[in-house]
Design a protein around this ligand. Structure first.
Ligand SMILES: [Zn+2]
Length: 168
């Protein structure tokens, strides 16, 4: 009886969530819903896009044609095609990278990185985990956020065009 009780206790413990419930981070904790190895992504994407999305490289500022993209439309993840930003939230930050003050709901997850000396908030596509850029607190109102995105990690789809099917 005592053994059975302790087994029950053990199983009860393993059913407990490992982290406190926080709906905003639920997607991140579960991990990307589209999982591919880096080798698979490397075979699917042009090298510059692969290096940014899955090796967290940063493109040289001023190099992306999306800096000058002013049309109405949607910016989707260049890896899995999940819509990440709407053109109505894009602005000219003067940094040389496409910048937005708000992502689409649940589209990006964040994580602190220390790739340079001070901590920065990295953000990535919640669906495939592909790295997009870093978010800073010097953006315009109403959010005050600046999502500084690598252009090569995005594809622009004009409003009149059909959004691509999500990559599987
Ligand atoms: Zn993605």
């Amino acid at each position: 009886m005592e053994r059975r009780q302790s087994l029950k206790w053990l199983f009860g413990l393993s059913a407990l969530p490992l982290f406190s419930a926080d709906p905003a981070r639920a997607v991140d904790r579960a991990g990307p819903s589209l999982r591919k190895s880096n080798a698979e992504w490397a075979s699917l994407l042009p090298p510059p896009a692969y290096r940014v999305l899955f090796e967290e490289d940063t493109e040289r500022p001023g190099t992306s044609p999306l800096n000058r993209e002013k049309r109405d439309g949607t910016f989707v993840c260049a890896a899995c095609y999940l819509p990440l930003f709407d053109s109505t939230k894009k602005y000219e930050s003067g940094t040389g990278w496409p910048s937005f003050w708000q992502p689409l709901p649940d589209a990006v997850g964040t994580r602190t990185d220390f790739k340079i000396l001070y901590p920065r908030t990295e953000y990535h596509c919640t669906r495939c985990g592909g790295h997009q850029g870093h978010v800073f607190d010097d953006g315009p109102q109403p959010t005050g956020k600046r999502y500084c995105n690598n252009g090569v990690a995005l594809k622009f789809v004009a409003r009149a065009d059909k959004l691509p099917e999500l990559r599987t």
